[in-house]
Design a protein around this ligand. Sequence first.
Ligand SMILES: Nc1ncnc2c1ncn2[C@@H]1O[C@H](COP(=O)(O)OP(=O)(O)O)[C@@H](O)[C@H]1O
Ligand SMILES: [Mg+2]
Ligand SMILES: [Zn+2]
Length: 504
Amino acid sequence: MVSRMLSFGLAGIDAFPVTVEVDISNGLPAFEIVGLPDAAVKESKERVRSALKNSNFNFPARRITVNLAPADVKKVGPVYDLAMLMGFLCCDGSLQGDFSGIGFIGELSLLGEVRAVRGVLPMALKARELGFRALIIPAENMPEVQYIDQLAIYPVHHVRDVVDLFTGNAVIEPLKPIEFSPENEEDFQVDFADVKGQFIPRRAMEIAAAGGHNLLMQGPPGSGKSMLAKRLPTILPPLEFEEALECTKIYSVAARPGQDLCRTRPFRSPHHTATYVALCGGGQHLTPGELSLAHNGVLFLDELPEFSPQVLDSMRAPLEDNEITVARANGTVTYPCNTMLICAMNPCKCGFLGHPTKACTCSPGEIQRYRHRISGPLLDRIDLHIEVPAVSYEELSTKAPGEPSAAIRRRVLAARKLQIERYRDEGISKNADLSSPQVKKYCVLSPEAEQLIRKSFDRLDLSARAYYRILKVARTIADLAGSELIETIHISEALRYRSNENDQ
Ligand SMILES: Nc1ncnc2c1ncn2[C@@H]1O[C@H](COP(=O)(O)OP(=O)(O)O)[C@@H](O)[C@H]1O
Ligand SMILES: [Mg+2]
Ligand SMILES: [Zn+2]
């Protein structure tokens, strides 16, 4: 007799259905798993055998074959344990019932406990999309799926719970879905009100948030670069439900199962020793990297020149495409990474070049080498370049708080609204994503502004790239001012946020 149970596999951050077929036939005792299983799937044999025994069921001393279909896709991890065990119970008649349209997800312990697995949220979304009747999941994974409606989800702790569910020995209620509520200000631990002075960096943060621009800050240690970066999520538009699901899916497949739904935009700050895999994703267990963990949020690279130049270079294409493709043994997977890149660096290795009171101890050669560690093409992806000077004692000791995040965010939201309406038919939603032809179409300058940028172009010897970058930033500055036409003041402010070394 053959039984069929449904379960799921993962491809990137999406799930696909897998049918677990169990066949028990007469013959010499044997246990075979086919259908491209990896080592963890093969080890299911031992876990299922012990879990059955320790849940007071017999393990049949017959010829057992398990097939995982579709057979041409690699199956990874211990997620199929529970479906296999159910297949056994159904196949040898220990359990009767209609199991069609029910998904089983979970790793088993030798004692029959159901353990958390990766990717339960994408699996639940797929189950709902395919019209499943119910989904059985490890109780530990419950937090990530509690917002999913229109699907009966049963969190279980032990094989006994699952058996009880189908024999009717105990009444188990499905999860009651919670309604999503957008974040409120209390969800943040930090606020722009904490930042004293620093008017130009604060303004640059506001522009970056309003147009989705990447930003590079340069300044001595202790000037507040990290402090500013950490506060960026507090002025970005609140996370929408669909975005929240996307973020949580990434966390769910990244071996952090059982997290609550993300309600604020992610802020990731990987250390500068981060490897290619840590930043971009991949590796033996195929997980998303920091770039994807920062999806819909902020990726902060502190001490930018300390990162490996090769690793930084490999981020260029993903930053352009908003997704990253990772190669694996058979084929590739793609993770989304639509993230705002915020970088910070000291002006030189010791950090005090240009400091009003402290002396720089670097040689000219050291200063050159330090700056050259960041490639031009990466700097080209960064629209805003600013100096963050050391704060003065007067500024720091003032009692007056800075402008709070909530007020800045209101202006950012108004500017974003203009962009969403303007680019409705273009498939983009913010100024940072404008292509060069789109810049020509949407960045209309007043005659005086036109004249100003022409003059600057010659005087500063600007490159074509720098030209488009300035126009994009000026577009955002005009949007913050509620002006459809780009005027001289918008261009002259945008000219301030360009980097000198990179414009030649
Ligand atoms: N503008 C500022 N207003 C208030 N506190 C500041 C300011 N700049 C720096 N600080 C204080 O100095 C500390 C160090 O700042 P930090 O952001 O780590 O500097 P950096 O990253 O530039 O080295 C902060 O935690 C904060 O307490
Ligand atoms: Mg810092
Ligand atoms: Zn120095």
